[in-house]
Design a protein around this ligand. Structure first.
Ligand code: GDP
Ligand code: MG
Length: 179
């Protein structure tokens, strides 16, 4: 209908150690604390930045250990999510491969999620001397998979992280307007 939903569930996925928790905490508190532990958590947050209140739930996931599960994303997670932020580290090519696999899992394994908004984030861009994935490669892959793309440094800037969360919210709003 015409009534705007004011709630949005955002799921963060990606390999271990890429900065999912750092991005989440940066967005929620504006701070970078450096150590995050292995905690899986859903945070609730009211975002008021564009003049309207939106109630966000952010699921900061843990990448499953290989023995636990053959698939790295659960149906429960995808069913819950209105939008997905897929994170890799620009210093870690294997984490970029995880993102590529996860995009495929999301786009293929479940009809309902084939059009779910996805943003791919190459994090740790401050570690330029350790870069293993060129920006262009991330950008090209994201475009080919119909995903948004950003590079961020959770360690260095709040603003870039804010842009990611606002973009996924915009995409979620757009996808709802189309329904
Ligand atoms: P997660 O396993 O994906 O949740 O990753 P974490 O958020 O726990 O971060 C893993 C490690 O990378 C921690 O030591 C963070 O301090 C560090 N880290 C996260 N984001 C950045 C970043 O943008 N730049 C740098 N240099 N380190 C980061
Ligand atoms: Mg974490």
């Amino acid at each position: 209908g015409n009534q705007q939903k004011v709630e949005a569930n955002i799921l963060l996925l990606g390999a271990e150690n890429v900065g999912k928790s750092a991005l989440t905490v940066r967005f929620l508190t504006r701070r970078f604390i450096g150590e995050y532990g292995d905690i899986e958590s859903i945070y609730s947050h009211i975002d008021k930045t564009d003049g309207r209140e939106i109630s966000l739930n952010i699921w900061d996931s843990l990448y499953p250990q290989s023995c636990e599960s053959t698939e790295s994303i659960s149906d429960r997670q995808l069913h819950w999510a209105d939008g997905v932020i897929l994170v890799y580290s620009i210093c870690d090519r294997s984490s970029f491969q995880v993102v590529q696999q996860q995009v495929q899992l999301i786009r293929q394994n479940r009809k309902m999620s084939s059009s779910i908004p996805i943003i791919i984030v190459g994090n740790k861009r401050d570690l330029l001397h350790q870069r293993a994935v060129p920006s262009e490669e991330g950008q090209l892959f994201a475009r080919s998979a119909d995903c948004g793309f950003f590079e961020t440094s959770a360690a260095e800037t709040y603003h870039g992280v804010l842009l990611v969360f606002h973009e996924i919210l915009d995409l979620i709003k757009e996808s709802r307007a189309l329904k």
